[in-house]
Design a protein around this ligand. Sequence first.
Ligand code: CIZ
Ligand code: SF4
Length: 319
Amino acid sequence: SIDTAELRAEIKQLLKQKDAVLVAHYYTDDAIQELAEETGGIIADSLEMARFGANHPAKTLIVAGVKFMGETAKILSPEKTVLMPTLEATCSLDIGCPAEEFSAFCDAHPDRTVVVYANTSAAVKARADWVVTSAIALDVVQYLSDRGEKVLWAPDQHLGGYVQQQTGADMVLWDGACIVHEEFKAKGILDLKAVYPDAAILVHPESPDAVVEIADVVGSTSQLLKASQQMDNDTFIVATDRGIFYKMKQASPGKRFVEAPTAGSGATCRSCAHCPWMALNSLELLRNALRDGSGAIEVDEATRIGALKPLQRMLDFSK
Ligand code: CIZ
Ligand code: SF4
């Protein structure tokens, strides 16, 4: 077996040698987040990953997360080499929203402003007027709704439904879902709350309605992380990928963080509050990508130009 300490040392060496910086998502494994932290990289949500990568002077970005995050980095920084530990790391939202079908859906609603979640392919983004992440979805849709615009939303139906309910915007929704968040169960969470009566319930809005309804705080990963720091509760029941616990525990070492229950448990659950695609990012694959230049992201130029516009709009809006 490969020695972890050796791997870490090798990766640190390679990052320097290749003028590379590690951009890691909150949902990747602790070892990867730790390394990002130690080497001047970043641990972030997809919005901050995009911003950090675009502004960083390194020639190479190594993006530990899922494919749309690598694609976003390449769209914003075509002059940089963008590598990923594996190109197999996708997302059920991306898979569930193929570009051709999506384009036909848009054609059927020509009067609507097209807003897509960042968790989509470059080709789907290229068909959109706006890209949003969960951190700014409410603000962008509120802004559009205030201007009298009707919205076509894709692909996450739960986040879309939440945004619709919060803003009162006129929206039609694509029917995608995140396989991790859709598994959280309100009943299981309430049972857990009975065990920890002082716990605050933190919920990501990719979760089903019934789970969002019992939340003390609903928000993106960065917003939930902030809430866990600012609230006085001693315990937090967290309905998002458990990868976020690395930063939550680091920021609040005295507090207790408990995973929200999913449908099954042990061997029977599909995701167990951890994204199977995020989990593909290993130190070994990360080392290989840096060493061999494997896992390079390419986006054809016409698609890139098409996707850049709504992405840049997102970054400008959230400045
Ligand atoms: O569920 C995801 O993939 C999230 C939360 C992405 C993001 O915006 O950071
Ligand atoms: Fe996609 Fe869900 Fe995994 Fe995020 S956690 S990458 S939304 S499948």
